[in-house]
Each structure stands twice: as C-alpha cells, then as structure tokens.
Design a protein around this ligand. Sequence first.
Ligand SMILES: [Zn+2]
Length: 89
Amino acid sequence: MTGGTEPTMSGPDDHTPRTPGWTCGTCGADWPCATKRARLLEEYGLDRATLSVYLGSCLAAASQDLRASPGGLLQDRFIGWLPRPRRGH
Ligand SMILES: [Zn+2]
C-alpha cells in the first residue's frame, strides 16, 4: 500500500457513481465497481450494518434512475456482493 489514507471526498480516483447511468466515474464499470467495493469494505470494516444502510440508499436512488432494470438485478448488484455475516445456528 502507498500510505496516505486520508479520506478525500472528491478525487479523480474516487470511484464515485455517475448518475443517472450508475457507472463508475473513474473506471466506467457498473457501480459499485470492484475497486469501490473493496474500498467500502475497507472503509466500513466491521460496521456492515451502516454499510448496508448506505448501499440501500444508493439502491433506492438507482432504482429511480434505472427503472428499466429489474429490481432484483439491482439489489444483487448493490447489496448482493456483500459478504454474508456468518450466523451460527
Ligand atoms: Zn471504479
């Protein structure tokens, strides 16, 4: 890693979503792109609940913008990639 982990709200390398297409503004992949996913996991760490809430609000906004896409597909794209918390039972 390169160090320098200060949070920057808007950099050219920020991988923020570009609306209304919800593609990554940095790499052009469907958002959240692989890089952004890795960063979110890093950023939120164990606080998966907050991350889910954040992604849920992104999903809600994206489903307004991408009404042509099936909801299940979007849900899979925005939330389905999250590692499932292990539940003992
Ligand atoms: Zn990206």
